[in-house]
Design a protein around this ligand. Structure first.
Ligand code: HEC
Length: 113
């Protein structure tokens, strides 16, 4: 009886270990060089404190959706920040990642419903 239980436990442990390995393989992140951001998540965590609703609404910072600013202005603001208003993110993101963020801002649409 005890033997059988042990077997079951070992089998269950083995299966969950396998699941963990598979899950890790599936979420494997690409090499840092060409790292693409999950912009929506990064934005929510890093910018969302001031740019509300993923940038759709004004908060401490202005609304970014439908921004009249050009790409250079936006890139510059993200890199340099604005003293007393917004932190500089120079160094936090690569140029390619900032391009991704600009793309995200350009693609913002009001939430449905
Ligand atoms: C601590 C608050 C804060 C955080 C965090 C923050 N911002 Fe800002 N942001 C501001 C404020 C305030 C302004 C307006 C600055 C000014 O007076 O021109 C601004 C301006 C901007 C602008 C220019 C908008 C415009 O029309 O002038 C962009 C683009 C922007 N932020 C993007 C970002 C992104 C992307 C992040 C995250 C990586 C971020 N911000 C994080 C406060 C913040």
């Amino acid at each position: 009886m005890l033997k059988l239980h042990l077997k079951t436990i070992v089998a269950v442990l083995g299966a969950s270990l396998l699941c963990a390995v598979v899950a890790r393989a599936q979420s494997a992140t690409p090499a840092p060089d060409d790292a693409t951001l999950d912009v929506e998540q990064v934005f929510a965590g890093t910018c969302g404190f001031c740019h509300s609703d993923g940038g759709r609404a004004a908060g401490k910072g202005p609304q970014l959706m439908n921004s009249p600013r050009d790409d250079d202005f936006i890139r510059n603001r993200i890199k340099q920040g604005k003293q007393g208003a917004m932190p500089a993110f120079n160094g936090a993101f690569t140029d390619a990642q900032i391009d991704q963020i600009i793309k995200y801002i350009r693609a913002l649409k009001p939430r449905e419903g």
